[in-house]
Design a protein around this ligand. Structure first.
Ligand code: URA
Length: 253
């Protein structure tokens, strides 16, 4: 399937070189872009399919009924949440954003400074790159649902603590259940460790689908866009991950 112009532009904006395969007799200017596959000889071996073990996360009594809430009640609950110390320092709760019936869900680790100001996920520099990644898959930001493992900003952009991740876990789980996406893209080490209940290096978690808990929803792990801004050479690997997600979502190439 040829890439659309928008996908091509997004790939170029991601800094990914696109190989153009020309059909016989086609001029170089009107060639359809067939593929952007760049094999990485140094890629780490794919990890086996694994299941998230959210059973291991203690669900506090007060949020037990989260599994029964609809979108409106869930958002109200999260907006007034004071279940962990992150509530003290936040300006805004960052609940999540996008199409609540999306085929794709992207999950990051937690709000940064700009997200905390605006109350929306991925609106800073990393968010701009995430937009390009979504466009490279042939979608717009508004087509997908974007959420974070924790809904309040960890001070100084530190990693969320295990108890903060655990306090927020029922909210994220309910968001995933309500969206019921075809595929989940997990952004970065912190989110991957939280969702897969593992501390394996990110490189070992990439390259093969995982399943989200007992839902049967496939989940792929890729680099966090903030990491990709610092390490642009790894954008090619991120593109491999996104292509795997496209296959899982039934939106090949
Ligand atoms: N990084 C994240 O993980 N989430 C955001 O919402 C913004 C930056």
């Amino acid at each position: 399937m040829p890439w659309t112009r928008r996908q091509l532009a997004a790939l170029q904006a991601m800094g990914i070189p696109v190989w153009q395969r020309r059909a016989q007799g086609e001029s170089p200017t009107d060639t359809a872009v067939q593929d952007a596959v760049v094999e990485d000889p140094h890629a780490e071996p794919a990890a086996p399919v694994s299941r998230a073990a959210s059973e291991a996360v203690p669900v506090p009594e007060q949020v037990d009924d989260v599994a029964t809430l609809d979108w409106e009640a869930l958002e109200a609950r999260v907006q007034s949440c004071r279940r962990c110390a992150l509530a003290e320092g936040r300006n805004r709760v960052v609940f999540g954003d996008g199409n609540r019936s999306a085929d794709w869900m992207f999950i990051g680790e937690g709000p940064g400074a700009e997200e905390d100001r605006q109350g929306l996920p991925f609106v800073g520099r990393a968010g701009k790159l995430l937009d390009r990644m979504i466009e490279a898959c042939g979608m717009q930001r508004g087509d997908v649902y974007i959420a974070n493992v924790v809904k309040c900003r960890p001070p100084g952009n530190r990693d969320p603590k295990p108890e903060e991740v655990a306090a927020c876990a029922p909210y994220l789980r309910r968001q995933i259940e309500l969206v019921s996406p075809r595929v989940i893209v997990v952004l970065g080490r912190v989110a991957a460790h939280a969702l897969l209940d593992t501390d394996s290096p990110l490189g070992r978690l990439r390259g093969a689908p995982h399943l989200y808990d007992d839902t049967g929803i496939p989940m792929i792990v890729t680099y966090h866009p903030a990491y990709l801004l610092r390490n642009p050479a790894d954008k090619r690997k991120a593109w491999e991950d996104l292509k795997l997600a496209m296959r899982l979502a039934g939106a090949t190439p």
